[in-house]
Design a protein around this ligand. Structure first.
Ligand SMILES: [Zn+2]
Length: 274
């Protein structure tokens, strides 16, 4: 996650986007301010996806068409939720990376990456759907470009207002984004993705509280090196579990059964992974 370099892309995106200042999306506060347009998110994601595919040593693509199709079909089903706004703007696409690392991540614009380590770690299809929905939420809620907006903050806004030359904006953008580190989500972003993951799954065939099962699985998963990154990017703190429990209560969700966990089917799928 550390060696991707694409200063140029961000510099260009930052400059291209100034003119498309779109303001508050939902009016709930400065954290929702986004200097980028949804199509900027889509374009940025496409660029990042190309960068990732150009780094096979760091991101070895797992070429298993059946497995990829299985994940993609889960993604597509989640995208039918009424809460999804950008299914026609973003390229919602799943890629599997061959690595024992237990993690998943999303770029702006809907590109979602799962490590085979994560697929092997999960215990049922509902957990997979909940992680998928969580990553979709990072894209849908446009967390990365909102954080970028925040980080650019006053300096860029001032430059725009004062009409400074574009070279200065390029420099500001280049200094801010040095790799995929910028995809590291804040606690607030994590909480919001948990919430939307639940909402997306509420009208699906999967148990919407599967995020809680996932956190419980992490908690008993110990601290092996494979899980280290997950613990640092998606800490399973008690607040997150409590928040999901509160939604389970609020929406009167019945306890899970095999009919909405799909454990058997998932265990069969895991046997096809290498
Ligand atoms: Zn997350």
């Amino acid at each position: 996650m550390r060696t991707v370099k694409f200063y140029f892309i961000y510099a260009v995106m930052a400059i291209a986007s100034i003119g498309a200042f779109s303001g508050c999306e939902s009016g709930t506060g400065i954290g929702d301010l986004n200097l980028y347009s949804p199509s900027d998110d889509a374009q940025m994601g496409a660029q990042l996806d190309a960068e990732i595919r150009n780094l096979p040593n760091e991101y070895p693509i797992y070429n298993n068409a059946a497995a990829t199709q299985y994940l993609q079909s889960i993604m597509n089903e989640i995208l039918t939720s009424d809460h999804i706004k950008y299914r026609d703007v973003f390229t919602y696409k799943v890629t599997i990376i061959q690595s024992e690392t237990i993690n998943a991540f999303a770029t702006p614009g809907g590109y979602v990456y799962f490590y085979t380590g994560m697929l092997k770690f999960l215990e049922n299809e509902a957990m997979l759907a909940s992680v998928m929905a969580h990553e979709i939420a990072h894209a849908e809620r446009r967390h990365a470009t909102k954080r970028m907006t925040k980080q650019m903050g006053l300096s860029v806004l001032l430059s725009v207002v004062l009409g400074n030359n574009p070279a200065q904006l390029t420099e500001i953008a280049a200094n801010l984004f040095t790799g995929l580190e910028f995809l590291r989500n804040s606690r607030e972003d994590e909480a919001e993705s948990d919430e939307y993951s639940f909402k997306y799954l509420l009208t699906s065939k999967w148990y919407p509280g599967a995020g809680k099962l996932f956190f419980e699985l992490i908690a008993k998963g110990g601290t092996t090196s494979a899980i280290e990154e997950l613990l640092s990017t998606h800490p399973p703190d008690e607040k997150r579990i409590a928040a999901i429990e509160a939604m389970i209560q609020e929406y009167n969700v019945a306890p899970p059964t095999e009919a909405n966990l799909f454990t058997q089917r998932y265990q069969q799928f895991k046997q096809t992974l290498n």
